[in-house]
Each structure stands twice: as structure tokens, then as C-alpha cells.
Design a protein around this ligand. Structure first.
Ligand SMILES: [Fe+2]
Ligand SMILES: [Fe+2]
Length: 347
């Protein structure tokens, strides 16, 4: 595609996005997502402190060499030598009450509306809609503009979070595909400006639909008003699935994770572990709270390891350090091209 033609596509996209922005307040979405992340951090920190209190002897094992060589020799899923994680002061993150009203209201709406019927329709819409075509970098910039436009005093932009996550992963010498996952993991939030119904089908923890809702899902009690909860087809332990069928065949609640996963699966060269990080990064009842083991197959154990390796970079990389995006841009453009060689991606 010529530069002129590509610029025209971008201009049209910009107009469309501008139109959608007037209808959607991106900053509110980000605030909700930030609060949800705070809750997830608190849950994880509580769990970590319990583990640390119980296993003093394990802390000796954690005292490994900090040399770059040993980091490079460690398998990519091993975070024990992570400089990034050692530098994180988890207590520095504001401690939200688990019942933070805003998060509670959000989950009430999400749990009542994420039904099998809604999920099937969302996937049909995704497959049949007219798609915007742009580069991954342009998509990151668009998302940034959309989410931050309504608040000029924003503390941290979406592109900062993308870069901070990717840079933390890069600093720990993780593979290039892992770094790219860090960069694009939240790009699916573009969905908010396309055909989402609200915040509840874009952000928040995800969970399977079509089978009994696990008590490990945050604010489980709100499922009582979800129509699927009374449907005998969907309210049994396995529902429409079979024991250990594998998560690949399980429909997870629709949101930014599913959205970017389907785009990357069809259009990128990311390995299965990278795709799993995209798809499951908000599936906290599974990767953090140990639920749904009865739906996993052997392959999913490997995917779980990958998602667990990614999760801390997402949760703890939001800091005050902002990077010079223009300076880093050439590195990330090359990285994007490596895994999206066709350059233009259908969003
Ligand atoms: Fe996310
Ligand atoms: Fe994120």
C-alpha cells in the first residue's frame, strides 16, 4: 500500500474514532480498569504474604545470582531472577477495600449480563463487522488518544502502560515475543469504541460462560441475577463442556482479552504461550485463584505457567517512570514487524 493510501486509511480511522469518542468516555473506562487492577493486586499481595509467612526456608532458595548471564540462562517463564520484581514495593500501591463501591457496581453489571447468548452474539458481531485496518503501532496511538482525550491531566496514558509493561519484560531479558505481548496485551480495549455495550464487556476479570460460575470469581453473589444461572443447560459443573476438554474449547466472557487474542491468533506469529497470555490475562479465577482445573487439559498447564509469568508485569509495572516513546519507537516497530509481518492488521 502506498504511503498516500495508508495515510488516507489512517485519516478515515481517525474520523471514525473521533465520532465514537464523543459517545464513550475513555477515561472512565480506564478508571474502572485501574480500580479492578488494584483489587487484583491486593488479592495477589495477600496471597503472596501468606505464602512468605509460611515458608521461611523457601526464601533462601529465592536468593539467586542477579547476574545478567543467569537471567539469560533461566527459562523464560522463571521470574526468580527478575530485577523488575525485586524492585517492586507492592505496598506502595494504594490498598483498595475489596468491596470498593465502584468495582462492586461494575461487577454487578458484568455478572448479570455475561450470558452464553450475549457471548455468541458478540462473536458473531466480531466476525461479521467491517474492520478498521491499521498497523499495531497506529492502533496503540489511537487507543491512547481515545482513552486520554477526555482528561488532559491523566497520570499515566495507555501507551505508557503498554511501554512500561514491555520494557519491564525486556529488562528481564525475556524473549522478544514475550515483550510484544507486554506491548499489545491491552490493545483490545479498542473494542470499547467499536461495538461494546458498556464497560462490562471490555474490562474486568473474565470467566467461562456455559457452565456453573465458580465461587472463586470475584463478587460471585452477583451471578444470581444472570439468566444462565437458572438454566439447567448452563448451571451444572461442566455445563456445555466435558471434563478436561481444554480451555481452548471453553467460551470465556467477552472482553478486551478475547478480542486481542482472536486478532493475534489469526494475524500474528506469536507462539501459543504468547496467545495464552493475551487471552487469559484477566482470567483471575483461574490463574490466580486456582479455579476451573476440571476444564483444563495437559496443554493448559503450560499455558497457565505462561500466564503466571506474565501477570506480575501487568499488575506491577505501572510506575511514575515514563519512557521517551519516540526514542523507543524504532525498537518496537521492528518488534511488531517481526510478529505481524504483513504490517496492516484488521481490528
Ligand atoms: Fe488487560
Ligand atoms: Fe494491562
Amino acid at each position: 500500500m502506498s504511503v498516500q493510501k495508508s495515510t488516507k486509511v489512517s485519516n478515515n480511522n481517525a474520523k471514525d474514532f473521533k465520532k465514537h469518542t464523543q459517545l464513550r468516555n475513555g477515561k472512565l473506562l480506564e478508571q474502572t480498569d485501574d480500580h479492578i487492577q488494584e483489587v487484583n493486586r491486593k488479592k495477589r499481595d495477600l496471597k503472596l504474604s501468606q505464602i512468605l509467612n509460611c515458608t521461611d526456608s523457601d526464601s533462601e532458595v529465592a536468593k539467586n545470582s542477579e547476574s545478567k548471564e543467569s537471567k539469560e540462562e533461566s527459562p523464560w517463564y522463571d521470574n526468580s531472577n527478575s530485577d523488575f520484581l525485586k524492585s517492586v514495593d507492592t505496598k506502595a500501591y494504594r490498598q483498595y477495600d475489596l468491596a470498593c463501591e465502584r468495582v462492586k457496581d461494575f461487577y454487578k453489571e458484568q455478572h448479570e449480563n455475561q450470558t452464553v447468548a450475549y457471548n455468541l452474539q458478540a462473536r458473531i458481531n466480531f466476525k461479521t463487522k467491517k474492520r478498521d485496518v491499521m498497523t499495531v503501532w497506529d492502533a496503540l496511538v489511537k487507543l491512547n488518544v481515545l482513552l486520554d482525550e477526555s482528561d488532559p491531566d491523566t497520570e499515566l496514558s495507555q501507551i505508557d502502560h503498554a511501554i512500561q509493561t514491555a520494557e519491564a519484560i525486556r529488562r528481564d531479558c525475556k524473549p522478544r515475543w514475550f515483550q510484544l505481548v507486554g506491548l499489545i496485551h491491552d490493545l483490545g480495549k479498542l473494542l470499547y469504541f467499536y461495538d461494546s455495550k458498556g464497560q462490562w464487556d471490555v474490562v474486568g476479570d473474565t470467566f467461562p460462560v456455559g457452565c456453573r460460575f465458580s465461587k472463586r470469581i470475584i463478587f460471585f453473589e452477583f451471578f444470581k441475577n444472570n439468566p444462565d444461572n437458572d438454566n439447567p443447560l448452563y448451571n451444572k459443573k461442566y455445563g456445555i463442556y466435558s471434563p478436561h476438554c481444554g480451555l481452548e474449547d471453553v467460551m470465556l466472557s467477552w472482553g478486551h482479552d478475547e478480542y486481542i487474542y482472536h486478532i493475534a491468533k489469526a494475524q500474528s506469529k506469536l507462539p501459543p504461550e504468547g496467545l495464552a497470555m493475551l487471552r487469559y490475562h484477566s482470567f483471575y479465577p483461574w490463574h490466580q485463584d486456582g479455579g476451573y482445573r476440571y476444564l483444563m487439559n495437559e496443554n493448559d498447564a503450560q499455558m497457565l505457567q505462561a500466564v503466571k509469568a506474565f501477570n506480575p508485569y501487568d499488575l506491577y509495572s505501572k510506575t511514575d517512570i515514563t519512557y521517551d516513546i519516540e526514542e523507543l519507537k524504532p525498537y518496537y516497530l521492528e518488534l511488531i514487524d517481526e510478529f505481524f509481518p504483513q504490517k496492516l492488521v484488521k481490528f
